[in-house]
Design a binder for this molecule. Sequence first.
Ligand code: UT7
Length: 334
Amino acid sequence: MIKNHKNINAKISAVAGWVPDYVLTNNELSQMVDTSDEWITTRTGIKERRILKDPLLATSDMGKNAVDVLLEKRGISAEEIDLIICATVTPDMLFPSTACLIANKVGAKNAFGFDLSAACSAFIFALDCGAKYISSGQCKKVIVVGADKMSSIVDYTDRQTCVIFGDGAGAVLLEPEEDQLLGIRDSILKIDGAGGEYLKMIGGGSLNPATMNTVKMGHHYIYQDGKTVFKFAVTKMADVSEEIMKRNNLKGEDVAWLVPHQANLRIIDATAKRMSVDTDKVMVNIHKYGNTTAATIPLCLSDWENKLKKNDNLILAAFGGGFTWGAIYLKWAY
Ligand code: UT7
């Protein structure tokens, strides 16, 4: 008999972030490519980003560090974890999945897991997915990790992309919540594959496996048509944020925090404006970390954790390659 578990709510019960020590500033970048602190700051809002310099370390190591902090904060052992979902576009390798590597590194012996690919929207897609494992009753403790070593796929001779991205990881723990009003309340997730050509990395997959030529052509680096992506991002992120507010009867003043993907400060500002959310209620750390892809949202939650209050209404919103985009409405539970 299938039990009806539809009343189990999923809540975030802990958050953690981890970034590497090395700080790559706009000034250092302006010695590498033809750019300036002024251009980067005014066009993106980024001042510096973190880079994982050690060539022996990868996305799973940053994810492991974030998960270690998470487990310690919640005071639970790795063996209690049922599921690890890793959101990333920079897996250590195509397989095994980065979730398997993280599970092994943290000692999550009883967990299953998998990677989720949705570029900059991957964390919210994974959060929604993890919440469904809680609400189905299948899992009691789910870790959602967003981790990306973007420096491994950035061409540091291309000024259009190298100024934007940084490395980092964040993780949240999902657990069942008895109070029906708390936790993850609603989600709207979307994809449009027609946008795929504007933000992609074409080398290394089954279509263009690695050859001398793919390396020579730079096909193992990010390609982005920034202007086109910007136009879609600015519209779609705001559309979906407005839609989720409307269908949950939320006005701007009801939102305690907007937690936006950190791709460009101008996109974040436009989204907040459409939602009628004041700028002091918007989590922004793009100046410190740049765009860490799947890690931006959990890194924001981690940076703001001590300001969050039980019952706060949070809207998480993201847009990324694919195209992928979406928003999640949740009530903070602790
Ligand atoms: O997170 C996943 C989703 N990604 C996004 O949401 C990113 C969306 N796109 C963007 O954030 C912006 O398009 C960028 C930050 C990538 C670029 O900003 P922009 O205001 O759209 O600049 P642009 O590409 O229109 O370039 C304007 C000018 C160009 O020069 P000309 O043609 O006007 O002479 C570029 O060559 O700025 C030039 N440029 C630069 N100049 C100095 C481009 N990159 C740089 C640079 N430094 N780093």
